[in-house]
Design a binder for this molecule. Structure first.
Ligand SMILES: C[S@@+](CC[C@H](N)C(=O)[O-])C[C@H]1O[C@@H](n2cnc3c(N)ncnc32)[C@H](O)[C@@H]1O
Length: 225
């Protein structure tokens, strides 16, 4: 079984309780991080926005506060079903972030939250995201990040991810594996330095980053020249 199929099945499985688990595990901070990402993307009325890995549509809902034109893309039908319940007028598409089913240079903004860690081929997905972005368009991505050796809260953060998160995941979602995966995929994900290099490699410029919550979460920003 490939990583992509495993991931889709995992999100299908946890979809019903995904939002509640997220809110509990982040003490409600996830909402603030998504709002910061939308602010970073400087979305203006009329702009066409693509939310990649839209999941239950929380980021897309924030984007709709800025523009009436937004599309959510996701591989998990169950997650999309919840997004549809959340935003009745949402335009949602079932599809893969490594093979985005839209024309080149069609979006003013491409955003994502907690997707990047999950795609089977990060560079390929980012190239696709940059391909569908218009010139001078802004790309923004939010995700968890591995704790750096310099992080004074590193021990605490790792303990929280490794022990508390799977416990809460088991308690709320009845799916410990999915939340052990959250720890493993976070700690093995790209460092900010590696991400910066990849974002440059896929053609983004003016790359910036902003960290949240004791260096556990990070927003990346770049412009397509
Ligand atoms: C951790 S959830 C994040 C959902 C949402 N963006 C949020 O902020 O809560 C990751 C989402 O990415 C989707 N996903 C994972 N791999 C994907 C891929 N290759 N293409 C599109 N969506 C994908 C999953 O189905 C899931 O809905």
């Amino acid at each position: 079984m490939g990583k992509d199929k495993d991931i889709r099945e995992m999100f299908d499985r946890i979809s019903e309780r995904y939002d509640l688990s997220n809110t509990v595990m982040t003490f409600g901070m996830d909402r603030i991080w998504r709002r910061s990402l939308i602010d970073l993307a400087r979305i203006r009325p009329g702009m066409l926005v693509l939310d990649v890995g839209t999941g239950t549509g929380k980021l897309l809902k924030q984007a709709y506060k800025k523009t009436e034109n937004g599309i959510g893309l996701d591989v998990s039908r169950s997650m999309l079903k919840i997004a549809k319940d959340r935003i009745e007028r949402a335009y949602l598409v079932e599809g893969d972030a490594t093979e985005i089913p839209f024309k080149t240079e069609s979006f003013d903004r491409v955003v994502s939250a907690f997707l990047l860690r999950n795609v089977p081929d990060l560079t390929r997905s980012l190239k696709e995201q940059v391909r569908v972005l218009k010139r001078d368009g802004i790309w923004c991505g939010l995700d968890t990040m591995p704790t750096s050796p310099q992080n004074p809260y590193g021990v605490l953060v790792r303990f929280y991810f490794r022990k508390v998160v799977p416990f809460v995941g088991q308690w709320i979602s009845r799916d410990r594996d999915a939340y052990e995966y959250l720890y493993l995929s976070t700690m093995s994900f790209k460092t900010p330095q590696e991400m910066k290099r990849i974002l440059k490699e896929v053609g983004l410029r003016d790359i910036r980053q902003k960290t949240f919550a004791f260096g556990t979460t990070i927003a990346y920003y770049g412009i397509k020249p």
